[in-house]
Design a protein around this ligand. Structure first.
Ligand SMILES: [Zn+2]
Length: 353
């Protein structure tokens, strides 16, 4: 009897094999095109491809209404290759595909093709994954770039044009391993923006564990802005959570170390949350903690903005905002929503930022 797992493995191996065959056929097709069809129209141009040329080469797939291409020119060669592969498979007797759509969305290339063939689905997926490493503007090697209000896969040159103060690339310290780190969603409350002193800190892990502390020293009610006095202080939990700074520091370091796996912080205001957390940890910065946080921009993906807002609002149904633990939970909820909607390849890029 075959277990579901062996079936998955067999299917995966077959997929790899099928994709290799398709690649061979496409290569063969290319060579014969070059030999027998001297019309320049048929052969994939080197470098830039104009949209008209792409569409006129594959009118049955790409000409509206049978299909559409809505992305930057950097991704046209990928679409060209995909169409060549599909064409080759149709020549071999595969039923013709239906509607074809390739469009830039949420920083990635989304390809949707009406077809019963799983090889076509694999080819489409493969194209999406390739696009996640290719500049949408020029076709050079690229990676996901995020800013306020935009997410795009770009090469360093186009990224620089897009946002002059490109956020630093993160170098992960040695010995972190290749596995994905456990994400920890961080939020802090502090006295005021001009002279921020940590009042409370919360972290919620992707696996559901949480850390919360309110500091007994290092800040004073007199140093709080009117907003903090009105919205943050009345919500402090007190009791056991109210701790000396030194004690909270040790507890936090222990909590972080207890993960055993590498952990990485996600926060939406690293200039405050992350800086205050590092300051609290001071000389007990755990070895398994990534030296830089992931900056979560809720407005990077305009297409998701409404959903994220909704997730945020729902998270506050039970508890009001401006309590660090509730805010960290809300951040985790929003992240989950984003994760559900982003292409896996784009999410992977996000995590590399
Ligand atoms: Zn570029």
């Amino acid at each position: 009897m075959k277990t579901p797992q062996t079936l998955v493995i067999i299917r995966e191996r077959f997929t790899v094999f099928a994709l290799k065959v398709v690649e061979l056929i496409v290569r063969f097709k290319r060579t014969t095109e070059k030999m027998f069809l001297s019309w320049e129209k048929w052969v994939k141009p080197e470098g830039n491809i104009a949209l008209e040329k792409l569409v006129s080469r594959f009118p049955r797939y790409l000409n509206p209404p049978s299909g559409s291409v809505r992305c930057g020119a950097g991704w046209y060669p990928l679409v060209w290759d995909l169409c060549t592969a599909i064409e080759a498979m149709e020549h071999l007797g595969m039923p013709r595909i239906g509607h074809f759509k390739a469009e830039a969305r949420l920083g990635g290339l989304f390809v949707r093709i009406e077809s019963g063939s799983f090889i076509v689905k694999e080819l489409a997926r493969d194209t999406e994954h390739k696009a996640a490493a290719v500049c949408e503007e020029c076709g050079a090697a690229g990676s996901l770039q995020l800013g306020h209000g935009f997410a795009k896969t770009l090469c360093p040159v186009h990224a620089r044009k897009r946002k002059p103060q490109k956020a630093k690339a993160v170098t992960v310290s040695q010995g972190m391993g290749d596995g994905d780190p456990m994400l920890l969603f961080l939020d802090t409350e502090f006295t005021d923006f001009d002279y921020p002193q940590l009042i409370s800190i919360a972290l919620v892990s992707a696996s559901g564990e949480s850390f919360y502390a309110e500091l007994a020293d290092g800040w004073s009610p007199e140093g709080c802005s009117p907003f903090v006095t009105a919205n943050v202080l009345p919500q402090l939990t007190g009791s056991n959570f109210f701790q000396e700074r030194n004690y909270a520091r040790r507890r936090l370091a222990e909590w972080l170390n207890s993960f055993v796996v590498p952990v990485r912080v996600v926060c939406d205001a690293p200039g405050f949350d992350w800086v205050l957390m590092v300051d609290l940890l001071h000389d007990v910065f755990p070895k398994n903690l990534y030296p830089a946080p992931i900056h979560y921009y809720s407005e990077s993906f305009p297409g998701l903005f409404e959903l994220l807002q909704k997730a945020h609002a729902e998270a506050y149904n039970e508890f009001p905002p401006h309590h660090a633990l509730h805010d960290a939970e809300a951040l985790r909820e929003a992240w989950e929503v984003m994760k559900e909607h982003l292409h896996p390849a784009i999410l992977k890029q996000y995590l590399k930022l």
